[in-house]
Design a protein around this ligand. Sequence first.
Ligand code: UDP
Length: 328
Amino acid sequence: MKKILITGAAGFLGSHLCDRFIKDGFHVIGMDNLITGRLNNIEHLFKLEQFEFYHHDVSKFIHIPGKLDYILHFASPASPIDYLKIPIQTLKVGSLGIHNCLGLAKAKGARLLIASTSEVYGDPSVHPQPEEYWGNVNPVGPRGVYDEAKRFQEAITMAYHTFHGLETRIVRIFNTYGPRMRLNDGRVLPAFIGQALRGEDLTIFGDGSQTRSFCYVDDLVEGIVRLLNSDYALPMNIGNPDEITISQFAEEIIKLTGTSQKVIYKDLPIDDPKQRRPEITKAREILNWEPKINREEGLKRTYAYFKKLSTAELIATEHNNFDKFIIK
Ligand code: UDP
């Protein structure tokens, strides 16, 4: 049985990856320090012999007994509100955390895949973003702690690949959504759906003309599995190129939820990218991958998950307000 370590296992993406690799017959070791991850996301796996969980911070030395075939490094805060609340941990997991994962991969002869991000492109001046674009990142802005950690993570991963001959893969993940997103993580989809469910107005930051391209989580997971199994070591974009403005997105959520609330406008956070759409020719050609689930279907599935949450959970997770974090 192949053995895989998934860091950030209790998070949104980590938990879906655990499910996928369990389904594919792997022995899965999930690791998480539970700062932003939640055990509810993986509690259904605890009864399985195929699954183990380590409550551990990957920024500290990692010890795994026995053999290990693969490592997926998905531990990291991953929303602007989290970077503002826990900037140092964000930097540490993307630097010390990856260094520990690389050392472990080298010691075990394991193949390592790291979660990188479209944030390496910053507020992009090239559109859509191909892998060759080097980006436009503000290192000292509020997103710098995440963007630069992820850029460093790519650099050190490539260095282990070229210098030590380690088998490495780098996925650049664009905006992804689906069940198990945290209602209060500040991201636009849980923000809008949470607001609709609580009967609040939907908060658009800026004038709503900024664009994003949303990928359903199952499509992303399929892309990651294909990349892991490929022999491609350079960064690979995985995302859905279907691009919309945030205003259009708010309209779609209003229609989906049937809320009678309206949209209200708030200040645009600093360094908020104006446009984002993945160029996915490489994924199409090398992995024979493209997204299959359109937004209508993906949003329906995601809404079904959020609707099941209790009123207590909805109130406890009131939408985070950026105002108190933003230095104007
Ligand atoms: N956004 C918004 N209202 C919210 C939360 C986010 O208009 O309540 C905007 C945000 O400013 C950004 C877009 O939605 O332009 C996507 O934000 P998210 O935090 O989901 O991801 P990212 O900016 O990292 O793509």
